[in-house]
Design a protein around this ligand. Sequence first.
Ligand code: SF4
Length: 317
Amino acid sequence: MRPALRLSGLHKRYRRGLWGRPDAVPALDGVDLVVQPGEILGLAGESGSGKTTLARVALGLIRPDAGQVEVLGQPIHQLRGAELDRFRRRVQPIFQEAEAHLDPGLSVRRILAQTLAIHRPGEAAPPLLTEVLERVGLGDRADAFVDQLSGGERRRVGVARVLLCRPELVIADEPTAGLDAARKHEILELLLCSEVPGRATLLISHDLPLLAGVATRLAVMLGGRVVEHLPIELLGHVPHHPFTQALLVASGARSRPEPETSGPRPRSVERSVGCPWVGACPEQQAECSAQRPPLAERSPGHEVACHALSPPPSLIR
Ligand code: SF4
């Protein structure tokens, strides 16, 4: 089966200023990730772990320094003209800072009418717009402008776009950040109620319990790398990467074992050699500072990059 999204060997370093030197710390440091049709891949990690850079690279908004991005079978950084337009019609982003992607000079109705005209030309706009505005709870806000909307309402406009566009792939970066629990639930329910058979979703959030409730697989990022990857049903039932373990403890999903993980609170240490969790990890070993732990399979579908959880050499890739 052709993946909806395939990221291979992604590397990205930002530069400070036009002629600035690349940051010492990579935003992406060799990321491989696949999202299959029909699945919801949850991507967890702290702020600054590389999640948003990964989303922007996957959407073709920034170029990686190295690596490949294939969306719906096409290498997106080679797309031009009509092919690029077609790609944009099949993939829909939702960003945390929704206002940056909404025209402040347009009302909600006009924004959605434009979306409809691009994605479903020829369809009767008024009934479709009325229906979708009601579904996302913006029926009485259709004539409001972007700066008159709350953060939650702007996010709803993004969800309305997804409902109108019927994309095959949704890449949602912190779509529920800053919302209360009830609103988070509503937004997710709308976002994930797929009307497109086989729709794939990359759902990015720092909220591990939220991801655990809706995702089919989970990837955990730390220091620009994927350090654990597993089917969601294994979460909490297998030995985890110490960073995932710390996220579980911090989220309240798992009690803090004593005395092994009673060390520093979760934080990532910025370094590109060795493990990014060095200095904070309660299970740190001698080789952790000098050798990058490989992402290796511990059981079917469960991969971990950690020297303390080394698999048999035959399984290391
Ligand atoms: S590789 Fe070492 S420092 Fe990194 S998580 Fe594993 S034990 Fe801890």
